[in-house]
Design a protein around this ligand. Structure first.
Ligand SMILES: NC(=O)c1ccc[n+]([C@@H]2O[C@H](COP(=O)([O-])OP(=O)(O)OC[C@H]3O[C@@H](n4cnc5c(N)ncnc54)[C@H](OP(=O)(O)O)[C@@H]3O)[C@@H](O)[C@H]2O)c1
Length: 263
């Protein structure tokens, strides 16, 4: 009998809730060693203990605020480790805001950009050289269908996700021939803590719009294995994304303008 292959290591940001926790659970079940990142150390430790007990995998926790320079630097340093390299980076942590741009604080908008954009850029930049050198590695950047077009509600959010999708696809084009892949995962509405944290009311949205985090993660990992650079889970959102990507821009603006809930 040959030796078992060495376990791969995945680092997941925003691992304490929602999509990040689903990624952590699924990757642990698949035998990955994990590095879990979020701000709440207690929640990180509870999840790490649960996954180590259930799946017998090694789980590191790294409490870091990725909207701060120090937090991103600490995680970037971990990603550059030569002794314990990371094979899969999931840039998942992200936030939205519940007001239109006119009514938000500049500080909140900048915090969103630091987390949704700057952290994704810096962590991808930190992990890629090692991956390219080893001729293997994967990055999943969690984006959103909200990035496919303009949105009056949460305008900085949709702009940040447009950046994430374009960035991921562009970087993928530049590293694919070197054995490394970068994929943008673009879900629609997912039942997580996201909307509650942002103070966004969801009572008016139809139930059929909502996806389960575990299904989004399963679809995303399947698309990654298939070599997709952009993954849109669920046929309803695939259809929506196709329409949005090909619709006349004027029509998009009409459909996406002025929601009262976030005025
Ligand atoms: N839910 C949706 O409908 C939806 C749709 C499309 C895309 N997305 C995207 O999916 C990703 C995950 O969102 P989710 O829905 O799973 O949200 P969630 O349930 O609110 O979870 C967010 C996670 O990010 C962590 N986090 C928040 N701020 C952080 C910071 N400054 N530094 C480090 N970690 C931080 C949170 O943990 P701590 O509080 O402990 O830090 C938590 O683990 C986001 O990028 C979001 O934009 C969500």
């Amino acid at each position: 009998m040959g030796d078992k292959p060495a376990p791969r290591t995945a680092l997941v940001t925003g691992a304490t809730a929602g999509l990040g926790a689903s990624f952590a659970r699924r990757l642990a079940a698949d035998g990955y060693r994990l590095v879990l990142v979020a701000r709440d150390r207690q929640r990180l430790t509870t999840l790490a203990d649960e996954l180590a007990d259930r799946h017998g995998v090694t789980v590191e926790v790294l409490d870091a605020d990725l909207a701060t320079d120090g937090g991103v630097t600490a995680v970037a340093d971990r990603l550059r480790s030569v002794d314990a390299p990371v094979d899969l980076l999931v840039n998942n942590a992200g936030i939205g805001l519940n007001r239109s741009f006119r009514r938000t604080d500049e500080a909140d908008e900048l915090r969103l950009l630091r987390l949704n954009v700057e952290a994704v850029l810096r962590l991808t930049h930190a992990v890629l050289p090692g991956m390219v050198q080893r001729r293997q590695g994967r990055v999943i950047n969690v984006s959103s269908v909200a990035g496919f077009g303009p949105l009056a509600a949460g305008s900085t959010y949709s702009a940040s996700k447009a950046w994430v999708t374009n960035f991921s696809e562009s970087i993928d084009m530049s590293v694919r021939h070197l054995g490394v892949r970068v994929m943008a995962l673009c879900p629609g509405y997912v039942r997580t803590e996201f909307h509650e944290r942002a103070g966004i009311r969801t009572s008016g949205s139809p139930t059929w719009l909502w996806l389960r985090a575990d299904d989004v993660v399963a679809d995303g990992l399947r698309d990654l294995a298939r070599g997709r650079a952009v993954s849109v889970p669920d046929w309803r959102y695939k259809t929506l994304a196709t329409v949005v990507r090909h619709a006349p821009h004027g029509l998009l603006r009409l459909a996406a303008g002025r929601p009262k809930s976030r005025e």
